[in-house]
Design a protein around this ligand. Structure first.
Ligand code: HPA
Length: 276
């Protein structure tokens, strides 16, 4: 994919009424947060220059901007996944577009399987780090404008923002765990042997998204915060066989709890943000 981000960012800037500094990527179960925005403006992915045309594997993705509890925020509802056949570059396209627009902080959400045996469906896990088991990176190829060739990954999930989230969760009485996310390609769920391996590698949750997006965000100096909703125990940990329907249903309930947490966290996020 060519260097589309600048054009995509310019398009968003000319179309959106605000210049939000904070964005949230809404994973499964969180789409309803869009309804809470006031003064909402929506742009379908397919309208954005450089994005894959509509009709390519399932994409009702869109950007929606508006005010949440008085704070200007940009939601990315829907995302591209590697398992749909998209390159890591396409998966990272919305994040690069948001960064080019001027977004300095992105909150990622996703559904994940619990690998740490004590995690239960419905738990919310804030990511403290990740392990890339996807064997892809959106940074492979020519360096894009505004990105680093070799970005530091010693603290991809911003410690200061994590502290804000811990404080907000405590005030609201919302249980919040923290852990390491293993990003896998999917789309089949893991085998029990793979889950044992992933646990030994040091991961607490496993999912099929987020990692390429965070890598691209960090290459542009964007601060990241991420939450997994545990929709199921990972294969072999006593949850029986896995069904996508179950994953979706649990995601919806826990998504409402995560939505409450996000409403408290978003207004506390720095509206300027660090660059590199
Ligand atoms: N594995 C990978 N991705 C997932 C899972 C899982 O168990 N649950 C939800 N997304």
């Amino acid at each position: 994919m060519p260097d589309y981000a600048a054009a995509a960012g310019a398009y968003l800037r000319s179309t959106l009424p605000f210049q939000p500094r904070v964005a949230v990527v809404l994973g499964s179960g969180l789409g309803q947060m869009i309804d809470e925005l006031s003064d909402a403006t929506s742009i379908a992915f397919k309208q954005v220059p450089g994005f894959p045309p509509a009709g390519v594997a399932g994409h009702a993705g869109k950007f929606v901007t508006g005010r949440l509890a008085g704070t200007e925020v940009l939601f990315q509802a829907g995302r591209y996944h590697l398992y749909e056949g998209h390159s890591a570059d396409v998966v990272a396209a919305p994040v690069r577009a948001m960064a080019a627009l001027g977004v300095r902080t992105i909150v990622f959400t996703n559904a994940a399987g619990g690998v740490r045996p004590t995690l239960e469906p419905g738990d919310i896990v804030m990511l403290e780090d990740h392990i890339n088991l996807q064997a892809r990176s959106p940074l492979v190829g020519p360096v894009q404008e505004g990105e680093e060739r070799f970005p530091d990954m010693s603290a991809p999930y911003d410690p200061e923002l994590r502290l804000l989230a811990v404080e907000a969760a405590a005030e609201l009485g919302i249980g919040l765990q923290s852990g390491v996310y293993a990003g896998v390609l999917g789309p089949s769920y893991e085998t029990a042997a793979e889950v044992r391996m992933i646990g030994k590698l040091g991961a607490d949750v496993v999912g099929m998204s987020t990692v390429p997006e965070v890598i691209a965000a960090r290459a542009r100096g964007v601060r990241c915060l991420a939450f997994s909703v545990v929709t199921n125990k990972a294969t072999g940990l006593g949850g029986g066989s896995l069904s996508h329907a179950e994953v979706v249903a649990v995601g919806r309930e826990a998504g409402q709890r995560l939505g409450r947490l996000l409403r408290a966290v978003i207004p506390r996020l720095p509206q300027s943000g660090l660059t590199k």
